[in-house]
Design a protein around this ligand. Structure first.
Ligand SMILES: [Fe+2]
Length: 496
């Protein structure tokens, strides 16, 4: 039996070496060019308290570390699908965790931040984050997976002073829907009672929780935020993110509920003022006692807009961020907890694990439109299907056909042949979700798209297969080279 008090003490011990960082930026080293960004910020007299960098190649991250020796760096991980009951059985799990620890070490990271979300489940792959099933069993599985990863960090990522980077779990965005049987704050409470992780509260993601759950029809935003914060384990929030919101390219923007726009997480878009009002509300909450940092998430955003938004955010929020960070420090100083070893969670029973795996298989099939909604976790979504319908019929096809690499630009010659043969590209979406598929490598949506498209062509227009393979090979080589330098990777977007 895990004692939540001991777990919390362990969290506080792990938190203590993380010094307050103040306001910073969460960036992707490729887009925009991180060195150009830092240069332009400095020209305006701005020095971010820290940079949180998204996963890249280890070579590139090492270059960033060396080029910015005085900058505190933190790490935004990707590809460890901690929501999944079978992730540890994946042939790539050990390798992915090993790479992640190497990267944490290479930048001397303050922490490992990872979304509580996935892009792969039960053999189905997606390009952007899908939220977990919000159920008690799912929370238990997340906690178990975090424990395993934190143990690996403790073993391989321990610093000279005996401390090691802390796992931070981020509240994920909703893209039009959420499935589950418990409230989202309750889910995070269950996780934090079991494992000494910290949390990242993303204000834009919180807005999407309001927008795409029943809450927006039941209460005003301010009341929702208050209720959410009272229920959420706010005492575990170490970092806050603020990023842009916008209507998606695939949406006509006409869909409004309770007078609210159909915004989703969009890091390239401007940060709407409403998020700063929410930030103010969060920073003022007395339970926010572990805060170390606040970042604007600015990957894929034009540098000029980043500089303007960051300057304004620092001007408005720096003093109140400082106040919030000091709130917890006084109580922490007086505590000198004994060291507890990370409890190994009792294994989730095999039958429960299998049940959750089946639920995730059904999840993937429901949101890709292969099977109708069944099961208690889909009850709320079934009552108002507008969101899921938009996801299934517009957002998801766009993701497979255009996002992270537009097929007609990636495979121009092959697409011309397909058009002549009468093969419609939208058939590729059905092909993609036709059946679960064993993993053949660590998650990379761009590489996966190439692999699946070549398979699609082989089946639907066999005489174009050679052409598709050739175009695919050129893409792979260009991608590999571009990943090794700071700056834009082809025309690809990288979303979190
Ligand atoms: Fe975020």
């Amino acid at each position: 039996m895990v004692d939540p008090d001991l777990v919390h003490q362990d969290f506080q011990r792990r938190l203590r070496p993380i010094l307050p960082q103040g306001m910073g930026l969460s960036v992707d080293v490729y887009s925009p060019d991180v060195f150009e960004l830092v240069k332009q910020l400095r020209e305006r007299g701005l020095r971010p308290g820290y940079l949180e960098v998204f996963k890249a190649t280890t070579t590139v991250l090492t270059t960033v570390r060396q080029a910015l020796p005085d900058m505190s760096l933190a790490y935004h991980g990707e590809g460890l699908w901690i929501t999944q009951p079978d992730v540890q059985a994946s042939p790539f799990f050990q390798q992915d965790v090993g790479e992640m620890v190497t990267q944490l070490n290479s930048i001397q990271s303050l922490w490992l931040n990872h979304e509580c979300a996935m892009k792969q489940m039960a053999g189905y792959s997606f390009g952007t984050y899908v939220p977990p099933l919000y159920t008690p069993l799912s929370a238990e599985v997340v906690a178990g997976n975090i424990t395993t990863i934190q143990q690996a960090i403790d073993r391989q990522g321990r610093r000279a002073d005996g401390t090691s980077p802390l796992f931070l779990l981020e509240l994920p965005p909703l893209t039009y829907f959420a499935a589950g049987t418990i409230l989202i704050p309750h889910f995070f409470r269950l996780v934090t009672a079991l494992v000494p992780c910290g949390l990242v509260l993303d204000i834009g993601h919180l807005w999407t929780v309001y927008r795409y759950t029943a809450a927006c029809r039941q209460m005003p935003l301010e009341q929702f935020v208050k209720k959410f914060l009272d229920e959420f384990p706010l005492e575990r929030v170490v970092e806050i993110h603020v990023a842009g919101l916008a209507c998606h390219e695939s949406s006509d923007g006409a869909q409004r509920t309770a007078g609210l726009p159909e915004w989703i997480d969009a890091h390239a878009a401007p940060i709407p003022p409403i998020l700063f009002a929410m930030l103010e509300q969060v920073l003022a909450h007395p339970d926010l006692v572990s805060l170390r940092a606040v970042a604007l998430e600015v990957d894929t955003k034009p540098i000029e807009m980043i500089v303007e938004e960051y300057a304004e955010a620092v001007r408005c929020f720096s003093p109140v961020v400082q106040q919030a960070m000091t709130r917890g420090m006084a109580t922490e100083q007086s505590m000198d907890q004994p060291r507890h070893s990370l409890s190994t969670l009792e294994l989730v029973r095999q039958s429960d694990r299998q049940q959750l795996r089946d639920e995730y298989a059904r999840y993937a099939q429901i949101i890709s439109g292969q099977v109708p909604m069944t099961g208690p976790e889909w009850q709320d979504v079934a009552e108002d299907q507008t969101g899921l319908t938009a996801y299934r019929t517009s957002y998801l096809p766009y993701e497979i056909l255009h996002w992270g690499g537009d097929l007609t630009e990636m495979f121009p010659q092959t697409c011309r042949i397909l058009a002549v043969r009468g093969v419609i590209l939208t058939e590729f979406v059905a092909f993609w979700f036709r059946a679960p598929r064993p993993l053949t490598e660590s998650y990379d949506f761009f590489l996966l798209k190439i692999e699946r498209f070549v398979e699609f062509v082989a089946e639907f227009a066999p005489d174009a297969q050679v052409c598709a393979e050739q175009e695919g090979e050129i893409l792979r080589q260009g991608y590999e080279q571009a990943n090794e330098v700071v700056g834009p990777v082809m025309e690809m977007e990288r979303a979190r």
